[in-house]
Write a protein that binds this ligand. Structure first.
Ligand code: CUA
Length: 341
């Protein structure tokens, strides 16, 4: 090969590589990783991106060089020279891509096995998905429940996920992993958060009317902050009174679907809970009876303009009686609340 041709191919290749590298670096394609697993996945992305840039540069350089040098000149009606292949070239373009794909495959297998290893002592979090909310329970921490996923920094967590109805899918972009939640199965996901912050929990499987609002938050906090939260939450739920009702409201994720000013909830899937007095009149029940019925038997009376079978029908069996009482009491509008002397 002429020396001039090699120089031209090299320049074209460097230009193509420079362009592709700029596209890769100038945009924020992925959120900043917030877990060790996400960091490994990020490394894999950059490995594959680097290899892709190399292949892109070689192919683009050869293509542009060929288009320029071997194009048909005006008035040239001859056939091109007969070519019977080039064994050395063919071995090279078979072997190099094969090796690159093997590198990606082996690196991915290693990351996959590391990312599914929860170690010997993970923090267990039970995740319950249902149309259209997430609930998180901490069986090793006094069975504290929460509608928000709180995680201590640098502690490996194993999510054990179940659904009460259809297929949902758990996704925190900053943790980089997705895991489906499938009826009849307990699926798991291992997370070791390594950056303090608040990240969105998103349902990423079309699961019904409220799919788009089936969101929560993952809050990564210091180990001490997490311990304090566990203690405070456990005493609030068992303490009784408005604090208990508020804690149950939050733990059951009611705010994902309902607007309720005292809780700062702005959900729009189900009826608002700030005008229950009026709704109870329409249903022909006393306010407390109406609220209890709406929680344990939601299809008995559905507010006009809302479809049946959207509100889960199993709160009566899944929420302990004392917590249900606290929740009902919490939802009663102030003017109709029974004031004890
Ligand atoms: Cu649950 Cu989409």
């Amino acid at each position: 090969m002429r020396r001039g041709a090699i120089v031209q191919l090299l320049v074209l290749g460097l230009l193509a590589a420079g362009f592709a590298t700029a596209v890769a670096l100038l945009f924020d394609w992925l959120p900043e990783p917030a877990s060790r697993q996400a960091g490994r996945i990020d490394f894999l992305y950059w490995l594959a991106t680097g290899i892709s840039i190399f292949v892109f540069a070689v192919v683009t350089a050869v293509m542009i060089y060929s288009i320029v040098h071997f194009r048909v000149r005006p008035g040239d009606d001859t056939d091109g020279p007969p070519i019977h292949g080039n064994t050395r070239l063919e071995i090279a373009w078979t072997l190099i891509p094969t090796l690159l794909v093997i590198v990606i495959g082996v690196a991915s297998a290693i990351v996959l096995s590391q990312n599914s290893n929860a170690g010997s002592n993970p923090l267990i979090v039970k995740v319950t998905a249902q149309q259209f909310s997430w609930q998180f329970a901490y069986p090793h921490n006094g069975n504290v429940r929460s509608a928000v996923l709180r995680l201590p920094l640098n502690r490996t967590v194993e999510l054990q996920m179940e659904t009460r109805d259809v297929i949902h899918s758990f996704w925190v972009p900053e943790f980089a992993q997705k895991q489906d939640v499938v009826p009849g199965l307990v699926t798991t996901l291992v997370i070791t958060p390594d950056r303090i912050g608040t990240y969105p929990v998103i349902c990423t499987e079309l699961c019904g009317l409220g799919h788009a609002v089936m969101r929560s938050e993952a809050i990564v906090m210091s180990a001490a902050g997490f311990e304090a939260w566990v203690k405070g939450n456990a005493s609030a739920v068992s303490g009784g009174g408005a604090a208990a009702g508020k804690a149950v409201f939050a733990a059951q994720g009611c705010g994902a679907c309902h607007t309720f000013k005292p809780a700062g909830a702005t959900g729009k899937v189900g009826p608002g809970l700030d005008s229950l007095f009026k709704d109870a009149q329409l249903a022909g029940l006393s306010v407390p009876d109406f609220i209890r019925q709406s929680i344990v038997d939601p299809n008995a009376y559905v507010s006009p303009g809302f479809p049946k079978n959207v509100m889960p029908g199993n709160f009566g069996s899944s929420v302990p009686k004392s917590q249900l009482d606290a929740l009902v009491n919490y939802l009663i509008p102030p003017t109709t609340k029974v004031v004890s002397p």
